[in-house]
Design a protein around this ligand. Sequence first.
Ligand code: GDP
Length: 367
Amino acid sequence: GFKLGIVGLPNVGKSTLFNALIQTAKAEVANYPFCTIEPNVGVVEVPDERPQIIAQREGAARVVPAVIEFVDIAGLVKNASKGEGLGNQFLAHIREVDAIALVLRCFEDEDIAHVEGTVDPVRDAEIVELELIAKDLETVEKRLARVDKPARSGDKAARKEVEHLKALRTILEAAEPIRKHTEELSSETLDYAEKVLFLLTLKPVLYIANIGESDLPEGKANLKTLKKKAEEEAIPLVCVCAELEAQLAELSQEEQIEMLAAYGLKESGLTKVIREGYRLLDLVTFFTVNEKEARAWTVPQGTPVVKAAGKIHSDMERGFIAAEVINFKDYLEVTSLSEARQKGRLRLEGRDYLIQDGDIVYIRFKA
Ligand code: GDP
């Protein structure tokens, strides 16, 4: 699974959305020993009917879906990087996530105060962005101050660092996020920014526009303006209504579909957020099945099957011999894996085979 941090100014609907998403698809956490269990983290099942179908056909006792972790990151306000509000605490949480979902308030409601006085999602996005840039700049400056002296006295590693830091500082000083300028930086500088400095503005961003219930499904003028900004910056945008999501979370699946249809919507906000999250992080899902369980796994696009095997069990990576693979689409043309095997539809793949979305994989390995 991966971690999506939910970020935004106060009173934009973060908690409402976070709680609704978790209630809708709360995962049985015992199945996922690698997940973080903290009050601000919700482990959510990825909606996907494929593992269910595989389990039914193969007679697996249970289904273990892929999961995604949502992290509720509260406390971001204007000047948080300078210690306003809860100050810097939230920033530590942001460092842990794989991507940032920025919740932007588009709904109007006179009873719910806006910290900046008016509803303006574009301005809010800019405030948050500037906070993250300010924090990254602080990180870079602090490090520069530390390595400056050894660099001057000829330390080669320190000199290299100064080079990276200055390149990063130039971008941040222009009030720009690093992720928009990756092409101007060397791969070493980028690696350094990500793995040594953990810069926040390197993380991929997704906008979640929280629109009012009465503005569904199209939203108002402020959504149009936000969409334009998102397009210009190549940031994916998902529209949700947090209040509606909260109501949906209380309903059965059939009732949910009816209610969505009543608002002219095809799918829930959760489905949309997860799909865009997968796309943003370039993730694919593969499956394993035995008599105990049919299980979905998430890996980045371009993962060799031997590495994917390592996610299942380290022995499988170490003793990897080969993988039997059939894609879910081809699997639907037979009735079971054993029929696929008989008909020669299971492909035998070596360690360098790149996992494709929907692959059903059986690893042969030496224990
Ligand atoms: P947070 O501070 O960003 O976590 O915001 P909350 O989720 O606590 O929401 C702040 C207030 O806005 C609460 O009273 C919510 O009920 C309300 N709210 C959230 N989403 C919507 C929405 O889509 N429409 C309306 N009218 N109110 C909302």
